[in-house]
Design a protein around this ligand. Structure first.
Ligand code: 9MR
Length: 377
């Protein structure tokens, strides 16, 4: 993908309409564009996550469905540190290259997820022989990873989740990044990304963004960066929602408005709706939490009852009504997967359940929420 095409895709995603005609032409020329993304083309980009299994198998029927329905993709795992640089300076590009190639072929907005995270980062990153790495060593590794990855993909990827899930409510998450570098690691990551690609759109991504303390803390960090001359462009609100337990629409709305007021573009980055009974009221997406399987809270093993399916459609409808209302602040809505069988929600926070959080069922047909969303337009 030429730099110019990447730039156009970025501009259209961000609602920068300096070249409306060119952007319109670009959209018109996008591959098979009769799906849901086309329906929302004047509101925001619409995306999904592609799993490693799909990338490995090259499952063409699923990939064709993705290319038809969406105009944006995120790699569910293929661009995380453990996938890209499993041992020091040994980069493994195979899956990420396939992912980027698919985005180019289908002229899709391609998201880089994620550069700096406490999870899915190999132990060596934080070590120096048997002891903890020094601050200097860890900063150099961070700079090298960010620089190498962005540099390889900068002709195709214009939007990066630079730092992921670094904040818990009103404080920094305890992580090796924090322990070794200190809170400055946040700003440093953005600075390293910016120096590699000055025109990229750089995001902070996290879950539970409806929490007001979390919003305040994030905005404070973004402002601190700004004072240091380091720009953060957007926030990714993951939006792993549930059917009945929240987050309430009004809290999501407040978050969108607050982030936009702080000058940040909003990305709904990992949308899904968990329909199963809560595993003891756990909220969020903290992947270190896991519960033992319980038959009692796996009630829809064979099928989703129609009443629950209708509630799911209604939940998605209200979410999209909100997103459309704030379309001027929102660059993109990405689902965290396409078909229900792919979803991480079948195995988290309890492995082995049957969940129905996405828009397409296990036989790859659009579900009630798909039509509920479509009918809003
Ligand atoms: O969906 C991803 C799943 O396949 C992985 O096992 C998991 C491991 O951490 O990460 C999942 O994706 C996460 C994303 O990268 C960041 N936000 C929360 C997502 C769900 O845990």
């Amino acid at each position: 993908m030429k730099q110019t095409r990447r730039k156009f895709l970025l501009q259209s995603a961000l609602g920068i309409s300096a070249m409306p005609l060119v952007v319109a032409n670009l959209r018109a020329s996008a591959a098979v564009s009769s799906g849901l993304a086309e329906v929302f083309k004047d509101d925001f980009h619409l995306g999904t996550a592609i799993s490693d299994a799909t990338l490995r198998s090259g499952d063409s029927s699923l990939l064709n469905l993705i290319a038809r329905e969406f105009n944006t993709i995120t790699a569910e795992n293929a661009m995380k540190w453990e996938s890209l640089q499993p041992s020091e300076n040994q980069f493994s590009w195979h899956l990420a290259d396939d992912f980027v190639k698919f985005g180019r072929k289908n002229k899709m907005l391609t998201i880089g997820h994620t550069l700096v995270w406490h999870s899915q980062t190999p132990e060596y990153v934080f070590k120096n022989k048997a002891s903890l790495a020094s601050r200097g060593i860890l900063l150099r590794r961070m700079q090298n990873h960010i620089g190498t990855v962005i540099d390889r993909y900068k002709d195709s990827i214009a939007i990066w989740d630079v730092v992921n899930e670094a904040i818990e409510q009103n404080k920094w998450r305890r992580s090796k990044w924090l322990e070794i570098i200190g809170e400055e690691y946040f700003a440093k990551a953005f600075a390293f990304a910016r120096e590699t690609d000055p025109t990229a759109h750089l995001i902070y991504n996290d879950y539970n963004m409806h929490n007001p303390d979390k919003q305040e803390f994030i905005i404070a960090q973004v402002n601190k960066c700004k004072k240091m001359g380091i720009r953060v462009d957007g926030v990714g609100m993951e939006c792993h929602a549930t059917l009945d337990e929240g987050p309430p629409i009004v809290e999501i709305e407040t978050a969108i408005v607050n982030f936009a007021k702080a000058g940040l573009r909003v990305h709904i980055s990992e949308l899904d709706v968990d329909v199963l009974p809560s595993a003891w009221d756990y909220q969020g997406a903290e992947i270190d939490v896991n519960y033992e399987y319980s038959e009692k809270i796996n009630p829809y093993k064979n099928a989703l009852p129609s009443a629950v399916s209708a509630r799911l459609a209604e939940r998605y409808r209200e979410l999209f009504e909100l997103f459309i209302k704030h379309r001027d602040k929102i660059a993109r809505i990405s689902f965290w997967g396409t078909t229900d069988d792919e979803s991480w929600k079948n195995d988290w926070p309890m492995a082995g359940r049957t969940n129905y959080p996405l828009l397409f069922d296990r036989s790859r047909s659009p579900k009630a929420p798909y039509f509920a969303i479509k009918n809003l337009k």
